[in-house]
Design a protein around this ligand. Structure first.
Ligand code: NAD
Length: 397
């Protein structure tokens, strides 16, 4: 009997469970553990945060999509004990394993910036996404009473992938809220340290996104290093050049770290990401596989870790499962290889940018949005099943 524990039912964990159920030999017990019974398609959290999509459109019950051969346990992981080959939980008895897949995902990272934890809203899961929209709407509604323009000012700190996709959605939310509460203009400000947004895209596409957002009323501030967050203002610059943008809704999309369970477990890590072998396991503990946002698998072509994306997490989960199935049967393990099929960013509504295929073909506008919707539907189909895709999918056109 071989016990395989999969920790985390995100993109990587669900894929690992599904693949193992296909390839693991009989007498393998596969157990998937998550603190929630619901999986969230986290690439779409920005839509819930902007109020353009209800949470139930990007979530599904984990147990409803698992093959019969996978057991599901709802429990919160506290610590992985690699020497003892056990996992401790906050709310469950310790479990032992022969192989473990650590797929515990990301959390928002404040980088120790003063006031960020206290005064800015992170975007990392369904409750935090819902809280962002509730906060935006509560402040806009309050304007009638307060007549305070800060109630009508939304600041998005960080214009990475998440920040840009959120801004795109907000261009649709803002006019609706203005009309609903009959307020003067709501101001949305993006504050980004880099002088050029979206470095993973060709400059022409990044410029398109920048101009699109500006044309739709977003105040895009680049080359703006945030130094502090106050209860009603974001501070940038320092010393005599210190300035403030005032606003009562401050949203934090400045970056992410892996789950804190990683540091808690004593893994050698940076921002809670662990460098793994090309087989996705640990050299000293080959029975421990680490995948997704807690993993730093090295890209041999750049000698840097692969970025943290859903596409990569899914593939890592798949390979970890195949390698475990092979190891159980005494077979050889395969190395992780990855070639991006493309990068797509939504700008909300029917707009977006995309760079696709080996030739990095560039798309902008509606065609890019069609691709984005196809990506969301493919993910729902593969992570869940056909009926979930029919119920919750976007349909490319
Ligand atoms: P990110 O790290 O990609 O972006 C954070 C942004 O904040 C960067 O542009 C950075 O320059 C800026 N920043 C950092 N410190 C700052 C400061 N002090 N002042 C002002 N700006 C500052 O983080 P994210 O957007 O949260 O994304 C997290 C991860 O998830 C990334 O790896 C991203 O690629 C991935 N992601 C991928 C997709 C996708 O593939 N569709 C979508 C969303 C997120």
């Amino acid at each position: 009997m071989t016990d395989v524990l999969i920790l985390g039912a995100g993109y990587a964990g669900i894929r690992a469970a599904k693949t193992l159920s296909k390839f693991a030999p009989q007498n393998t017990t596969i157990t998937l553990v998550d603190k929630n019974t619901i999986h969230a398609e986290k690439t779409q959290l920005h839509e819930v945060a902007a109020g353009t999509m209800p949470a139930d459109k990007i979530t599904f019950d984990i147990r409803s999509i698992l093959p019969k051969s996978v057991n599901f346990v709802q429990a919160e992981v506290k610590k992985v004990n690699v020497d003892a080959k056990t996992v401790d939980f906050v709310d469950h008895d310790t479990m032992a394993y022969d192989y473990v897949v650590v797929a515990l995902g990301f959390r928002s990272e404040s980088f120790g910036l003063p006031g960020a934890d206290e005064n800015a809203l992170p975007l990392e899961d369904i409750p935090s996404a819902e809280k962002i929209f509730e906060t935006i709407e509560a402040h806009v509604a309050n304007y009638a009473k307060s007549q305070d323009r800060k109630d009508l000012s939304i600041i998005v700190a960080g214009a990475g992938f998440t920040g840009i996709e959120l801004l795109g959605e907000l261009t649709h939310t803002v006019p609706k809220l203005q009309a609903k509460y009959n307020t003067p203009d709501i101001q949305v400000t993006s504050m980004e340290m880099a002088t050029r947004i979206l470095p993973m895209f060709d400059e022409s596409l990044a410029n398109y996104a920048m101009e699109y957002l500006q044309d739709h009323g977003i105040n895009m501030m680049t080359g703006t290093k945030i130094t502090k967050i106050e209860p009603n203002a974001v501070v940038y610059g320092d010393g005599e050049s210190e300035k403030r943008v005032y606003g009562n809704t401050i949203i934090w999309t400045v970056g992410v770290s892996g789950s804190d369970v990683i540091a808690e477990s004593g893994f050698e890590q940076r921002r809670n990401r662990v460098v793994v072998t090309d087989k996705l396991n640990l050299k000293e503990h080959p029975e421990v596989f680490i995948v997704g946002d807690v993993s730093a698998a090295m890209d041999p072509s750049s000698n840097r870790p692969y970025p943290t994306t859903a596409q990569i997490s899914t593939r890592e989960g798949n390979l970890a499962a195949k390698n475990i199935a092979s190891a159980i049967q005494g077979g050889a393990l395969e190395p992780f290889t990855y070639e991006s099929i493309g990068t797509v960013a939504s700008l909300g509504g029917a707009d977006g940018i995309a760079q696709v295929g080996a030739k990095q073909r560039k798309y902008k506008g509606f065609m890019a949005k069609v691709l984005k919707r196809a990506v969301v539907d493919k993910s729902l189909f593969e992570d869940a099943n056909l009926s979930t895709m029919f119920k919750k999918g976007r349909w490319p056109l």
